[in-house]
Design a protein around this ligand. Sequence first.
Ligand code: 5GP
Ligand code: ZN
Length: 117
Amino acid sequence: MSCIFCKIIAGEIPSTKLFEDDQFIAIKDLHPQAAVHVLVIPKKHVVSLDEAFPSDGSGDTEFIGKLMATGTRVARERGLLPGGFRSVINTGAGGGQSVFHLHLHILGGGSMSGKFG
Ligand code: 5GP
Ligand code: ZN
């Protein structure tokens, strides 16, 4: 298995775990881009939103809904609400994805300058 997030989920690579349930883990990003930068990662290896939502329309919308719900829960637990936070999912190299195991970025704290920077 070569996927870095699968190794983190398996405990083979250390991480700072903030949340875990049967479907997801939330860890601190190794290279934070904001005062709070958390990654919510499904335990199931799904490459990206492209894989999660195939063109035949068979995607699991409930699964992605749970990913967003978990991100919101973690943001709240990290003190980002009611102030606010940013959630980002990069899809494919063209979208800036560098780890090809689906994950949701939760960013916040301090001043979030630049809408998409
Ligand atoms: P992407 O660019 O794919 O949207 O996001 C990948 C994120 O994973 C980056 O923000 C990067 O800092 C983070 N990352 C890469 N390797 C590791 C690691 O080994 N541990 C942790 N905690 N984060 C990592
Ligand atoms: Zn993986």
